[in-house]
Design a protein around this ligand. Structure first.
Ligand code: BGP
Length: 472
């Protein structure tokens, strides 16, 4: 692996920061996403958060209180030898309603202190501008990303942070898992549907608006600092045909395209032919302004970042089980074992996915999420023996190294997800843990929030120390 390879870890404000009423932060999307039975309907945009019962638990409001613990957590990241750390800004900490002209100084100062802390340890900050997040006011007042006005609010926010952190941050990601908006529109993009609304048109309109916002952010970023590296971000995972039946193969091509659609535009600069045809055939009419095409074409991303948890699989014979626990509808792949949450485990699929993306786009890749969500047990002697996590990461890192060294992929870095335990996006649980660092907190919010090093902590430290050569 190259000497400057960015080993690190990843988190996001919505799932770790908390401090929802501190430092002048405004209400955010995550503050109204509940724990429990209504979570899915809310995330899918099929239930209005205002209908939730009074005693609802909102795990993201406090999360692991990174807002207060960030120094301690960063010290632990430094101890593991992190070269970079991916995190996100909370938009409403900087613009409480999203509509202000002037930013909330306290919010900017918080991120400045955080970034300075990273730089003190020579850890490169990688900032996600929008990770499943938007000020709640923009959701209530404008219907979130379905409305073009939100593009301007987003760009104003970008302009402020690009200028403020001009000399301190180099890597920026415009939207986390941009394709998630098709599957969990409220969590992904703040979209809640009215009864009887034409959902597919709303989703593609919101996608178009985000894509224009993303390209415009690239333009702005390069104007402010030509050294900025701006990336898109895909929830990746190649789609396998269940069999070599041509129908299965064709279905897998179509399913892959549903995800590539976003990156085709962000990396190649235009709506691909298949997407234009699809929109036409479905009678989806989008509001596209005259200059949009030009912006999309001229301001493509510098790199492509991605999350990879598993491959996907499709079959068209209507038989067999569905793969559990996955928001991407998928058939169960009989060759793969699954995690405790039913997510398939497929390290070779990682190499396949990286190759597919690199073949298609020929731009540097950055793996900004990967990992195993598992239940951990804090032993009486204070240790956590998470060998299952080490096994998962080891197999995936081997596949990643093969993709780089044998297949020739240009890879910037690797930041496993939830390097410190945090709230799960899909389930809202604390017990679905990814970290090298355990956080004492349960699904109902009880616990001391004490941080404890897991067995994987020392293992990952050695991986970084040896630049991936010593996986043990
Ligand atoms: C991705 C998100 C993350 C993260 C991760 C793991 O979709 O970008 O925010 O949470 O998946 O998913 P989960 O938390 O549901 O296990």
């Amino acid at each position: 692996m190259r000497k400057d390879f960015l080993w690190g870890g990843a988190t996001a404000a919505n799932q770790c920061e908390g401090g929802w009423q501190e430092g002048g932060r405004g209400m955010a999307l995550v503050d109204v996403i509940p724990y429990g039975k209504d979570r899915m309907s809310i995330m899918e945009g099929h239930m209005d958060y205002k209908e939730l019962p009074k005693d609802t638990i909102y795990p993201g409001r406090e999360a692991i209180n990174f807002y207060k613990h960030y120094k301690e957590d960063i010290a632990l990241f430094a101890e593991m030898g992190f070269k970079c750390y991916r995190f996100s800004f909370s938009w409403s900490r900087i613009f409480p309603t999203g509509e202000e002209t002037e930013p909330n100084k306290e919010g900017l100062m918080f991120y400045e202190a955080l970034i300075d802390e990273l730089l003190r340890y020579n850890i490169e900050p990688v900032v996600t501008i929008c990770h499943f997040d938007i000020p709640l006011n923009l959701v209530d007042k404008y219907g979130s990303w379905r409305n073009r006005k939100v593009i301007d609010f987003y760009l104003h926010y970008c302009e402020i942070v690009f200028r403020y952190f001009k000399d301190k941050v180099r890597y920026w990601i415009t939207f986390n898992e941009i394709n998630m908006l098709m599957h969990l529109p409220f969590m992904g993009a703040g979209i809640c549907f009215a009864k009887g609304e034409d959902e597919i048109t709303v989703k593609y309109q919101a996608a178009h608006n985000e894509l224009v916002a993303s390209a415009s952010a690239v333009k702005l970023a390069h104007k402010i600092n030509p050294k900025f590296q701006v990336g898109c971000m895909l929830a990746a995972g190649s789609v396998y045909p269940y069999s070599c039946r041509p129908e299965d193969v064709w279905e897998s091509v179509k399913k892959d395209r549903e995800n590539y659609f976003f990156i085709d535009i962000q990396a190649r600069g235009e709506y691909p032919t298949y997407a234009k045809k699809f929109l036409k055939q479905k009678g989806i009419h989008l509001e596209i302004e005259a200059e949009d095409e030009k912006i999309l074409k001229e301001y493509t991303v510098d790199f492509i970042s991605l999350s990879y948890y598993n491959s996907r699989c499709v079959r068209t014979d209507g038989q067999g089980e569905a793969s559990k626990g996955n928001v991407f509808a998928s058939a169960k792949n009989p060759y793969l074992e699954c995690s405790q949450w039913g997510w398939p485990i497929d390290p070779l699929g990682f190499r396949i996915t990286l190759n597919a993306l690199y073949d298609r786009y020929q731009k540097p890749l950055f793996i900004v999420e990967n990992g195993l969500g598992a239940r951990d047990k804090l032993e009486e002697n204070g240790t956590i023996e998470d060998d299952y996590r080490i096994d998962y990461l080891k197999a995936h890192i081997k596949a990643m190294i093969a993709a780089v060294e044998e297949d020739g992929i240009d890879l910037i870095g690797y930041t496993p997800w939830g390097c410190v335990d945090l709230i799960s996006a899909t389930t809202g649980e604390m017990s679905k843990r990814y970290g090298f660092i355990y956080v004492d907190k349960d699904d109902r919010g009880n616990g001391t929030q004490k941080r404890v090093r897991k067995k994987s902590f020392d293992w990952y430290k050695k991986v970084i120390e040896t630049n991936g050569e010593n996986l043990f």
